[in-house]
Design a protein around this ligand. Structure first.
Ligand SMILES: [Zn+2]
Length: 423
């Protein structure tokens, strides 16, 4: 293991350059810019090192068109004999830069041991660390069985449908092709992320009756009906959600309970009118709910909680009427602590960082959902060098020491999973 660690230390400059090169390809999503050059940059690098490289376009997935093709790269290299396959998956898309930057978001500036740029933390630094980890293994000339894969996938920031979901549907995240998956998302270099909470997005619309605003008694105000629903959520649902605690090790602490975010409310006149508003009683009000749920809860329970409140209002409140439209559901997922990938990464974290790994669960979903649900592969974790709190922030960065440390962990864990003793 000492030789492996020393070789990765020697590649520090290469790791920095690779991360900078990735940051300089502005793969902002939406709209899904520069996916092809980024996928080809990764693919060509790995092809030169002997990988078989495939470019797979998520044709027909949301946002896919000839201007913004959803192009993924999957690279695979075989060992000398058949055996298990370890797959490293990183998303290549980044979110918009937003305001507040003091560094150029696409320059990859290095300062005080950190690389700055959009995607440095989430997750081009992690992707680069996994690439250098695997390249180092190959250079050691070990006689290892099985196969190693590296993929750069698109659209994680918008649900992953043209990326990991598409690839999973084609069998790229299932046995017998793949056995173990590590996703180097930014969860801090000493943490193993076992999975994520569930999500249920729904839109509730309340209905009214349009009338002149000077005589609201002749109409029926949809916004007031929505107000009654909000009142019920405050009184009954929020305290009930706060009382539900999970045994999942979710971070941060506040996410160990069920949560509900009111994403948006729109009712009555649109916001873009000019001059004075017209005098109308609103006949429609729509609210989008973003409900995050725990492994102890079921999707049916989550939906029924809202339905019960709506039905009670219908019985109790004159003229109350509503429609509920479900927008998106993903169940919670959590890999077992005794799963091979968890054990392998945990013991290398302890060896490299000198402290036991911390097990966490993410408050929000990431591409593991597709690996678990579509690929039916449950030996999957997120483990990467970025600092969770910096994701999507201005002046996002990744620490170079953290990248080196996590590359050591990833390389050694891959060897363990392939069944090789590296001494
Ligand atoms: Zn990410």
């Amino acid at each position: 293991m000492q030789e492996l660690h020393a070789r990765i230390e020697d590649k520090r400059d290469d790791l920095v350059r690779l991360t900078q090169d990735l940051i300089r390809i502005p793969t902002v999503n939406p709209p899904g810019d520069a996916y092809v050059p980024c996928a080809e940059f990764i693919g060509e690098r790995l092809r030169r090192r002997g990988f078989q490289v495939l470019y797979l376009r998520g044709k027909g997935s949301p946002g896919d068109n000839d201007r913004y093709p959803r192009t993924n790269v999957v690279a695979r290299i075989e060992g000398k004999q058949p055996g298990p396959c370890v797959h490293f998956n990183g998303h290549i898309d980044v979110v918009a830069t937003g305001k507040g930057w003091t560094e150029d978001p696409f320059a990859g500036t290095v300062k005080d041991g950190k690389i700055y740029g959009r995607g440095a933390c989430d997750m081009k630094g992690g992707l680069a660390a996994s690439i250098v980890a695997v390249e180092t293994l190959l250079e050691m000339g070990l006689d290892w069985p099985g196969a190693v894969e590296i993929s750069g996938s698109v659209d994680e920031e918008t649900g992953g449908y043209g990326g990991v979901a598409y690839l999973a549907k084609q069998g790229y995240f299932s046995k017998p092709r793949v056995d173990h998956v590590i996703i180097p998302e930014p969860l801090n270099p000493d943490r193993i992320c076992l999975g994520h909470r569930g999500v249920w997005w729904a839109e509730v619309e309340t209905f009214g009756h349009i009338a002149h605003g000077s005589m609201p008694f002749l109409g029926d105000c949809a916004v007031r009906h929505m107000g009654a629903l909000l009142d019920r959520l405050e009184r009954d649902l929020y305290p009930a959600l706060a009382a539900k605690r999970t045994a999942m090790p979710v971070v941060p602490e506040g996410a160990k309970q069920s949560t509900l975010n009111i994403n948006s409310i729109h009712g009555g006149l649109g916001e873009d009118f000019e001059g004075l508003p017209s005098a109308l009683v609103p006949d429609s009000c729509r609210m989008v709910l973003d409900r995050r749920y725990l492994i102890e809860e079921s999707y049916e329970e989550v939906k029924d909680e809202i339905m019960e409140i709506l039905e009670a209002l219908k019985r109790e409140r004159p003229k109350f009427d509503y429609a509920l439209k479900e927008l998106w559901t993903v169940g919670p997922t959590m890999t077992e602590r005794n799963a091979p990938v968890v054990q392998a990464v945990a013991s290398e974290i302890e060896r490299v960082l000198g402290k036991p790994a911390e097990y966490v669960v993410s408050p929000g979903t990431y591409d593991q959902k597709h690996v678990a649900r579509i690929g039916h592969l449950h030996d999957c974790i997120a483990y990467g060098p970025g600092i969770l709190d910096l994701a999507h922030q201005p002046d996002e960065f990744v620490g170079i020491d953290d990248m080196v440390a996590s590359a050591k962990v990833m390389a050694a864990a891959a060897l363990t999973l392939l069944g090789v003793q590296a001494g």
